[in-house]
Design a protein around this ligand. Sequence first.
Ligand code: PLP
Length: 383
Amino acid sequence: MSDKLIYLDNAATTRVSEGVAKKMTEAMTAGFYNPSALYARAVDVSTDIRRMRNGICSALHAPDGELYFTSGGTEANNTALFCTKKAKGSRIIVGMGEHDSVFAPANELKAQGYDVQFAPIKSDGTVDVVEFEKLLNDKVSLVSIMHASNETGGLNDIAALVRLVRKSAPNAIFHSDGVQAVCKIPVNLRALGVDLYSMSAHKFHGPKGVGALFVKKGTSIKPLLYGGGQEKGMRSGTESYASIVGFSEAMNSALAENFENNYSKISQHREYLLQKLTTEIDDVAVITNVNNSVPNVLTVAFKDVRGEVLLHSLEKHGILVGIGSACSSHHESRFKSLLGLDARHKDGIIRFSISEENDISEVDFVVDKIKQELALLTKFRRV
Ligand code: PLP
């Protein structure tokens, strides 16, 4: 096993940055008070949480509404799916390529008798708008379409989808899972027009176990968790001050301090990787549409090889990549059957996801090792 580490699985999770970890340690030690307590030190913590909540809303250009901290993207998505007001048996539309934390609740709602419809996706992982529009009517109570795909990085035009929904499904609440979009592209919630938007800190160098659900004013939604009434009653449980500090610091660093530089560095890195893969390796199927995706993801399919086998071969050289959603890697991805890949490519999917911590100079090494391993792995397939 190599000592070298080239981490290219940043869509699964990112490393907590040193600055974020330092601030979190301070918050855990100096700011350990229960934010609901009445003495001044606890009130300071609670005031700081309010300050960070407001900061996140303004960074995302949120319209009037509330941002509720959750235990992550999964909880935010479950709250959106299960806790919005829906007439019994009404129609719910969910993208076919949604993350399991939307897809599984949608299946549960189907089992409960809702008319759940899965909107088809195209080969780049984004929703087919023509097919989506056909599903709209005034019986739709909820729509959930992700902003950026965790499998391909493909971007849905959420503002356009919201406009269609307002026109043809006027009773629907619109939720978008923004977990893979936040801090990767500029997000303007007012311009998107969504009612609900989910996010998760560990995708942008914050800690795991903290996320948020933005709820636009006037959206009918109830809590998922009941108890002490924290988060204005929407999410009971003692607030994890340190986690919220980590979320806020990570977002601030990504958006306020380094966004432009990181965006162009990551885009150039992906461009170079794409160019090397497609010119130096035969028959690579490029799944990500680089003209309509977050800049950090490049999903491709190699011919005559299994993605998980190549993943482990690369791991020997210290290169860590993904084969799609890490969260669903324990079961056959429903996703790959939707991409229309031919039989020789469909098992060979690899997702490279880059962060600003990667260096473009790593690409030559990575592509060399892929070539070397593919030569070994496909040698016997060809004879
Ligand atoms: N939504 C998307 C698109 C994701 O990629 C993930 C994580 O992989 C989640 C939701 C779940 O977020 P969390 O890990 O914070 O529960």
